[in-house]
Design a protein around this ligand. Structure first.
Ligand SMILES: [Zn+2]
Length: 102
């Protein structure tokens, strides 16, 4: 789920005055007002929108394939796949098992 950043339109309270983050589904309606003071807020460009996205539909099958590679000890294949899927930690883990040193 993406994290959205909100900012007060006028002067906010101690909660919204500096802006605040809300974890929302993409399908959720944006907040219109601060949950604490009820002041009007607007959604700012999320700082995390570039890296926090909904999982791609193929993520499940990628995961299955990755598990296969790992089960078979094909570490470099697994690492490449994990890398492509954006699973950095898992990619690093597999690269290490494949004998790469970072
Ligand atoms: Zn407020």
């Amino acid at each position: 789920m993406p994290i959205y950043e909100y900012q007060p339109i006028k002067s906010g309270c101690s909660y919204c005055g500096q802006g605040f983050d809300v974890l929302q589904k993409i399908s959720d309606q944006p907040l219109q007002s601060c949950p604490k003071c009820g002041g009007e807020v607007r959604r700012a460009i999320s700082r995390f929108s570039a890296c926090v996205t909904e999982p791609a539909p193929e993520a499940a099958s990628l995961d299955t394939k990755l598990n296969d590679y790992e089960a078979e000890g094909k570490w470099s294949h697994a690492a490449e796949l994990a890398d492509k899927a954006g699973w950095q930690e898992r990619a690093m883990d597999n690269y290490k098992k494949a004998g790469y040193n970072f």
